[in-house]
Design a protein around this ligand. Structure first.
Ligand code: CTP
Ligand code: CA
Length: 231
C-alpha cells in the first residue's frame, strides 16, 4: 500500500469494531435499513490488524468483504448488535462503534408477508426507539480501555458540525467521537472521507481527510497513543 508505515503500535491490544448498518425486519421478506456500506469500519479493522492488534469485527450487513485475519461476528438487528457488543466490549482494549445503528424498529414483526391494501390506500408503520448501544456500553465502569463513537451529520457548516458533535459526545459518554459530514455526495458509499475527532471534553484532537484507509490509520494513531498513555 502507499500508506506510510505506522509500525505495530497496537501489538498485544484487542480491538473491537462494529461496522455496516443494522436492519430491522418488518415481515419475513422486508426490513428497514440504511445506506451504510461498512467501508469505514472495515478499513479501521484492517488498519488495526496491520498495526498488530487482535481484531474482532461485528458486521451488520457489509457491502464490502471483511478483512482476512480478523474474527467476524455477524448480526442483523440492533438488538443483536447490542447483545454482541455488550459481551465483547469488556474483552477489548478499544471499541469503535462505526456501525450505523437503526434508531427505530417496527413495533412488531408480521408473521407473514404484509399484503398491499386497496388501490391508493396509505400504510402507516409504527416504530419504537432502539436502545442506544454506545451510551449503554459507555455507562459501564471501565479502566484502561477506550470506547469510540462515530457520528455522521448533515451539518450546514463546520461550526454546526462541532456543536452537534459536542452535544452528542456529552450525551453518549464515550471517550472519543469521530465526526463526519454526510450527504448525497460525501460519506456513505464513497471512498473518500473527512473527519474530526473530539475527546470526552469536546476538544478537537484530530482533523484528517483522504481515503477511508488513510483516515482509519490517522484515527487509530490517536487511540494507540491514548492506550499507551503517550501525549
Ligand atoms: N449508536 C448506538 N446505538 C444507537 C444509535 C447510535 O450505539 N441506537 C452509535 C453509533 O454506532 C455511533 C454513535 O452512536 O457510534 C452516533 O450515532 P448517531 O446516529 O450519530 O447518534 P444518535 O444518538 O442516534 O443521534 P441522531 O441519529 O439523532 O443524530
Ligand atoms: Ca442515529
Amino acid at each position: 500500500s502507499a500508506e506510510p508505515d505506522r509500525g505495530r503500535d497496537l501489538e498485544g491490544r484487542r480491538v473491537l469494531v462494529t461496522a455496516g448498518g443494522t436492519r430491522e425486519p418488518l415481515d419475513p421478506v422486508r426490513f428497514i435499513g440504511n445506506r451504510s456500506s461498512g467501508r469505514q469500519g472495515v478499513a479501521l479493522a484492517e488498519a488495526a490488524r496491520d498495526r498488530g492488534a487482535s481484531v474482532t469485527l461485528i458486521a451488520a450487513h457489509l457491502e464490502v468483504p471483511p478483512p482476512t485475519g480478523v474474527t467476524v461476528l455477524r448480526v442483523e438487528t440492533t438488538a443483536e448488535l447490542l447483545t454482541a457488543t455488550s459481551a465483547e466490549a469488556p474483552l477489548h482494549d478499544l471499541t469503535i462503534m462505526a456501525a450505523a445503528v437503526a434508531d427505530y424498529r417496527p413495533v412488531g414483526v408480521a408473521d407473514g408477508k404484509i399484503k398491499k391494501a386497496a388501490t391508493g390506500e396509505r400504510l402507516t408503520l409504527e416504530l419504537v426507539q432502539n436502545p442506544d448501544i454506545l451510551a449503554t456500553i459507555s455507562a459501564e465502569p471501565r479502566t484502561g480501555r477506550l470506547i469510540v463513537g462515530f457520528a455522521a451529520e448533515t451539518a450546514a457548516s463546520p461550526e454546526e458540525l462541532l456543536e452537534l458533535g459536542r452535544a452528542k459526545i456529552a450525551r453518549k459518554g464515550s471517550d472519543y467521537l469521530v465526526l463526519n459530514t454526510v450527504g448525497w455526495t460525501t460519506g456513505f458509499a464513497t471512498a473518500d472521507n473527512s473527519v474530526t475527532v473530539l475527546d470526552a471534553s469536546g476538544d478537537i484532537v484530530l482533523e484528517a481527510s483522504g481515503s477511508k484507509t488513510s483516515v482509519a490509520d490517522d484515527i487509530l494513531g490517536v487511540f494507540a497513543a491514548a492506550l499507551t498513555g503517550a501525549p
